[in-house]
Design a binder for this molecule. Sequence first.
Ligand code: ADP
Ligand code: MG
Length: 400
Amino acid sequence: MSDGDLQMRSATSVAATDEPAIVFDRVGVSYGRGRKAAVALADFTLRVAVGETVALLGPSGSGKSTALKALAGFVRPTTGSVRLAGRDVTYLSPAKRGIGVVVQSYALFPHMTVHSNVAFGLKSHRVPRAEISARVAEALDMVGMGSYAQRLPRELSGGQQQRVAIARALAIKPSVLLLDEPLAALDAQLRHSMLGELQALRKALPDTAMLYVTHDQAEALALADRIAVMRESRLVDIDTAENLWQRPPTDFTAGFLGGANLVPCTVNHVTGTAALVTAGTSTLRVRAPQPAVGPADWAPGDDALLCIRPHTITVGKPGERDALRATVSASVWRGATTRVELAVDGLPGELAADVPGHFTTEVSAVVGVKLPDPAGVLIPRTIGETVAVAGHSVRPEIGS
Ligand code: ADP
Ligand code: MG
């Protein structure tokens, strides 16, 4: 037996005993009964490794909170099971799961001091009295709230209350921490600084698995090792943020993570991971990585969607070299950038471009548009039913 064989063996034996911190195994959740039953989570399978942070990202109503509640024990799965460190907890009471949970609304007891709020969870976890004060102090210090122990929640700002809620979740030293839109109730500036604090917290807790629910792509990108994209009760895509951004597997993820122009096109010619496509009457060079879902690989004649990121398009004067002639149909200043909607000669539908600064051009003005080279990345057309039917459309950038 060679060294290589030995290494293979030990790797497999570790994998067999080293259970993921969190497992959702084909979990389904329905609210209501009989004819009124509504599916909130369907066939949801996800594994989170020890120390890993996974963001559940999706629009409102896509089932993110339901997934989190199924794991915490606040709702009971209709089908499937949830496991923590290999142990099936599907029917265990929430308190016995030993999970830290932080929700959007802080949920502090208004009549109790910060100290008592954090101590509350420890008492219900039967931590010896003598240990409680030290554990409370340690948890409050982790979130920078050590000197606020005797305050009442109403004497704190929203951000401070959320820090206390996080301290309360951490005090029980959970191996699994669930956060459900913890920054959603805070104003934009505070959200930004809290995001930095959550990053620091994540580093300080290298063995804690985190499931972070958000509808904000910026939070998911900043915090998560992997992002699980949800849509209509289902998991659509899961991968590292980098992969989902660089080569989105589906049109939905392309639009939700970063915003995208999705232009219907036909593949002409493929060389490795590059291709030439026809979109409208234009021929474009594009990236064509092997699809994660759908066809095994790209071939001439395939129908596809070309994902062009709005920030990669430049808008200038008509007649410039390599510029396509286009007509401005709308223009909205957003501060750092202006979103310009364009009807481009030779391309189907409209394109959205995000140009730097305050771009002042009249609607129906003629401009020159330059696409990047390669123009974008190919996405299978068969996956996203809605877009394939409706022609191409720009998905809203959520959270911007
Ligand atoms: P998200 O957190 O992604 O916004 P939720 O998991 O809260 O979504 O909700 C998923 C779906 O389940 C939605 O259609 C929502 O209206 C429904 N839902 C959530 N909670 C309940 C409930 N307690 N009773 C009935 N329907 C619910
Ligand atoms: Mg929710």
